[in-house]
Design a protein around this ligand. Structure first.
Ligand code: IMP
Ligand code: MG
Length: 181
């Protein structure tokens, strides 16, 4: 294990098992619907790649970008929603949208994203997050699908970064506080 880490919170095996379960749940819930998965870049790219392959449905995959962090470990509280990268937002009217995030922390990003997408009249709009730091919520928002409840630690790996590092780890680890403070 890397010296920057306190411990491994979710092993590669546990993540694999849980993502497969989420895929089954989503497959059942959305059978017969026009599902569009929208991954929030960059953190969700690893999760979405695995999740999508465990969803046994004809679905569209799109990406958009939102960030609030810059290179610090504490949310700036200001969310920067960029226009969806690869589609016209009007295409979501009447569609079943599932936003795929890496982690919900204060909830500020998700509240903004939900508002942004609701304005374009999807048939449904739900949230799937790999990690949910429920104890850190500052604004009311609940995930519809969550991989794991995450303790109040700064975590990296499986797509999650600290200053663009560690995204390629196959597991999720807690960063030592001295590494980001
Ligand atoms: P929120 O707006 O406070 O909910 O923050 C959500 C975003 O902050 C996530 O999409 C992540 O990009 C980032 N984030 C929050 N907690 C962590 C963490 O522990 N590790 C890495 N990124 C995090
Ligand atoms: Mg993110």
């Amino acid at each position: 294990m890397n010296r920057d880490f306190k411990n491994i919170l979710f092993s590669e095996e546990r993540i694999k098992e849980r993502v497969a379960q989420l895929g089954v749940e989503i497959t059942q819930s959305y059978s017969g619907s026009s599902l569009m998965l929208i991954g929030v870049l960059k953190g969700s790219f690893v999760f979405l790649a695995d999740l999508a392959r465990s969803i046994d449905l004809d679905c569209e995959i799109r990406f958009m970008s939102a960030s609030s962090y810059g290179t610090s470990a504490v949310s700036s509280g200001e969310v920067n929603i960029k226009e969806p990268l690869d589609f016209n937002v009007r295409q979501i009217a009447g569609r079943d949208i599932l936003l795929v995030e890496d982690i919900i922390d204060s909830g500020i990003t998700m509240v903004e994203l939900r508002e942004f997408f609701s304005a374009f009249n999807p048939a449904s709009l739900k949230i799937c997050t790999l990690l949910d730091k429920v104890s850190r919520r500052e604004v009311p928002i609940k995930s519809d699908y969550a991989g794991f409840i995450c303790p109040d630690e700064f975590v990296v790996g499986y797509g999650l970064d600290y200053a663009e590092r560690y995204r390629n780890l196959p597991y999720i680890a807690a960063l030592k506080p001295e590494e980001y403070s």
